[in-house]
Design a protein around this ligand. Structure first.
Ligand code: XLS
Ligand code: NI
Ligand code: NI
Length: 437
């Protein structure tokens, strides 16, 4: 039975279309830089937001009108929800999805019961995934909702919390493998601390690394070959999350010898909470060889918390696509809409408007980024800015032909640096606007 009989598959109608249930820029088959648009994005739908966000906030109860829900925590209701989810993905032409264990199936009274509940719901995921070809981009575990994780999971002061979390991740790796999932994401739900007085930071970091190694070992054991991701977030829920930003995460991975197994899953709103921008985080991760996947959303700069809004800012999507193209695009990852409709947008149809807007914003961003790359104008200006490194002393330094002594001699002889050209930031910005509009 269809939950949206009045909505047919969302089609590409072109930029002149006034149909709010059509794509104006996202034409999945359009070739950009030799690849169809769909392969550039690998758009993914987040189950937790799309199906489970109730609209509640610290000041009030849920607001969402979801007529397919029967109001119970039953397996039947959870299974039916999966079918509705796939109808939404199919109609929106989203080819991938992501979920946490506890979003999709109710937590039981015991771990064994929770595992069974999960199996019951995963059956339907398998059916629907086989029927539609829509695939699991990555799975993850909710290691933060239950009170047993009040002090964190892998970084908890309570060894039993660590053990319980390990059991949950073990099961989720099996489930992810069963669904032929392409990856598994670690997000440190509560892996951080509130108060330095009661915290042994070194011990907690060591435990987190041990936990990741155990996950990797188990993946090998069961033959799960998907990509592991680490998702940075600087705060919320704890004051100091250990996975603050890409720089902190990559340092952690390298320190604990995890760099060969884990890449970054970068979320826009988390980047801004860290005082960065998503393009900064993507470029940093890409430059270090850790660009894995992206949780596409956006925040509200005036609110300063993880509002997980749908991304519609085309400047931002243009920068994101430019960086993604620079590093050769997604290999295993994709653009996962880790985004939810506003509390006031309670009608089911808002789920469609939201995803259409996000997909179109990225399609437009990709086209603009590709046009910028095709002309090469901006790249040439950047290259020119660094031209002192292309010959003479710069080229010699890059080739490893110098040391402090020889550079001191060079400068003593030369006396003063050769002037270089202006940064031309305003000119760069003007040129960008020429491509935007
Ligand atoms: C929360 C995170 C979370 C991860 C998956 O802020 O974004 O949703 O993406 O656990
Ligand atoms: Ni996320
Ligand atoms: Ni988030």
């Amino acid at each position: 039975m269809s939950a949206f009989p009045e909505i047919s598959k969302i089609k590409f109608e072109g930029r002149e279309s006034k149909n709010n249930l059509a794509f104006r820029y996202y034409d999945e088959n359009e070739m950009v830089e030799g690849k169809p648009m769909r392969d550039h994005f690998r758009f993914s739908c987040a189950f937790w937001h799309t199906m489970r966000a109730s609209g509640s906030d610290p000041f009030g109860a849920g607001t969402m009108y979801r007529p397919w829900e029967d109001g119970t925590d039953s397996i039947a209701n959870a299974q039916n929800r999966v079918r509705v989810f796939f109808e939404i993905c199919e109609k929106l032409n989203l080819k991938y999805f992501s979920f946490h264990d506890r979003d999709i199936a109710p937590e039981g009274l015991t771990l064994a019961e929770s595992n069974n509940n999960l199996d019951e719901v995963v059956k339907v995921f398998k059916e629907e995934s086989d029927r539609t070809g829509i695939k699991l981009l990555w799975g993850t575990s909710n290691l933060f909702g239950n009170p047993r994780y009040m002090h964190g999971a892998a970084t908890s002061c309570n060894a039993d919390s660590f053990a319980y979390a390990a059991a949950q991740v073990k099961k989720m790796l099996e489930v992810t493998k069963e669904l032929d999932g392409l990856g598994y994401t670690f997000w440190g739900g509560r892996e951080g601390y509130q108060c330095i007085w009661n915290t042994d930071m070194k011990r907690e970091a060591d435990h987190l690394a041990q936990f990741m190694h155990m996950a990797i070992d188990y993946a090998k054991e069961i033959g799960f070959t998907g990509q592991f991701y680490f998702e940075p977030k600087p705060k919320e829920p704890t004051k100091h999350q250990y996975d603050y930003d890409c720089a902190a995460c990559i340092n952690f991975l390298r320190t604990y010898d995890l760099q060969d197994y884990v890449k970054m899953n970068i979320e826009t709103n988390h980047a801004t909470l860290a005082g960065h921008s998503v393009e900064h985080e993507m470029d940093y991760a890409g430059s270090q060889g850790f660009l894995g996947s992206v949780d596409a959303n956006s925040g509200d700069m005036l609110l300063g918390w993880d509002t997980d809004q749908f991304p519609t800012d085309v400047y931002m999507t243009t920068k994101m696509m430019l960086i993604l193209l620079k590093y050769g695009g997604f290999k295993t990852g994709g653009l996962n809409f880790d985004a939810k409709v506003r509390r006031e947008s309670f009608e089911p149809i808002d789920l469609f408007y939201a995803h259409i807007g996000g997909m179109d914003a990225f399609a437009l961003g990709l086209k603009i980024a590709a046009a910028m790359r095709a002309s090469g104008e901006i790249a040439e200006m950047v290259k020119d800015r660094y031209s002192s490194w292309d010959s003479g002393i710069g080229a010699e330094i890059e080739a490893g032909k110098h040391n402090f002594k020889s550079l001191s001699e060079y400068m003593l002889q030369k006396g003063e640096i050769s002037p270089c050209s202006s940064g031309h930031q305003e000119l760069f910005e003007n040129i960008v606007n020429r491509y935007m509009f």
